[in-house]
Design a binder for this molecule. Structure first.
Ligand SMILES: Nc1ncnc2c1ncn2[C@@H]1O[C@H](COP(=O)(O)OP(=O)(O)OP(=O)(O)O)[C@@H](O)[C@H]1O
Ligand SMILES: [Mg+2]
Length: 227
C-alpha cells in the first residue's frame, strides 16, 4: 500500500500545487516510485507542469495523471510507494474522503489572518469528523518577513495544530522555476533551493511519524481475539 500525502485548502492560491510538485520532484530524485495525482479538474495545474517538465527533458521524469475521483487515483497508484494528491482550492464532500485516506493531510497557508482563519476552520472540520490531529499539518508559504511569520506562528500555536518549523518565502524565482517545469528545490538560486529542501525534508519526516503513529494504534478486537 502506498503512502498517501494530500494537499488541501479552502482557499485558492495558497501553495498546494507548488508543494505537491516540490515533494514529487524531491521524492523522484530519491528514486521513490510515485504518482502525482491531479484532482483539480478545473485547473489541472500539476498536469500542465508535468508537460513543461517533459518538454524541457527534465530529470527525474514525474508521473502525473489527472483523475475525476480519488478512487480512480488510488487504483492507479496502488503499486507505487507514494501517492501525492493535489486537490482544488475548495472544500467538497471529497475532501473528507481524501483526508480519511491520507497518511498526512497538508494545508499550506499564507501568514495573513485572511488565510490562517479558513485554514484552521478546515482543520477543525476534519478533526471533528474524526481525522486524527497528528495527521493534520500546516505549512507557512508565501511569507514576506520574519515578523509576519512570527505572528502567524503565534496564532497557529494557540490552535494546537502542527506547523512545519521551516517555511517557503514569496519569491519570483520560485514562480519562474515552476513556469519551466521545475520544482522549488530546483531553481537557479542555491539558498532558495536549500530553503525548500528543508520544508520537504521536514514534510517527509512527518509522513514517517504519521505512519508510525498509525501502526501504534491498538487493533480493534476481532472474533479471533475472543475465540
Ligand atoms: N513561495 C512562492 N513564491 C512566489 N510565488 C508562489 C509561491 N508559492 C506559490 N506561488 C505562485 O502562486 C500561485 C498559486 O500557487 P499554487 O498554484 O501552488 O496554489 P494552489 O493552492 O494550488 O492554488 P489553487 O487552489 O488555485 O489550486 C502560482 O502562480 C504559484 O506559482
Ligand atoms: Mg492548485
Amino acid at each position: 500500500m502506498p503512502v498517501v500525502v494530500s494537499f488541501v485548502s479552502q482557499k485558492g492560491g495558497v501553495g498546494k500545487s507548488t508543494l505537491a510538485r516540490a515533494l514529487a520532484a524531491v521524492a523522484g530524485h530519491g528514486g521513490v516510485r510515485l504518482l502525482l495525482a491531479d484532482l483539480d479538474p478545473q485547473q489541472r495545474t500539476v498536469s500542465k507542469w508535468q508537460k513543461l517538465r517533459a518538454q524541457n527533458a527534465l530529470a527525474p521524469a514525474i508521473e502525473v495523471k489527472a483523475f475525476r475521483t480519488i478512487d480512480d487515483a488510488f487504483a492507479a497508484g496502488a503499486k507505487r510507494d507514494l501517492v501525492i494528491l493535489d486537490t482544488p482550492g475548495s472544500v467538497t464532500r471529497a475532501t473528507l474522503d481524501i483526508a480519511r485516506k491520507s497518511h498526512l493531510v497538508v494545508q499550506p497557508t499564507g501568514p495573513s489572518l485572511d488565510d490562517l482563519e479558513p485554514a484552521v476552520l478546515l482543520f477543525h472540520e476534519l478533526a471533528d469528523a474524526g481525522i486524527p490531529r497528528e495527521r493534520l499539518l500546516l505549512v507557512l508559504c508565501r511569507t514576506a518577513t520574519k515578523g509576519e511569520e512570527a505572528e502567524a506562528r503565534r496564532y497557529i500555536a494557540q490552535t494546537g495544530y502542527a506547523v512545519l518549523r521551516s517555511s517557503i518565502p514569496e519569491r519570483a524565482v520560485y514562480r519562474a522555476a515552476q513556469n519551466r517545469g521545475l520544482g522549488l528545490t530546483e531553481t537557479n538560486e542555491r539558498a532558495l533551493n536549500q530553503r525548500a529542501d528543508m520544508v520537504i525534508a521536514e514534510l517527509l519526516a512527518r509522513v514517517n511519524d504519521a505512519i508510525a503513529a498509525m501502526k501504534r494504534k491498538p487493533r480493534k478486537m476481532g472474533k479471533e481475539d475472543v475465540a
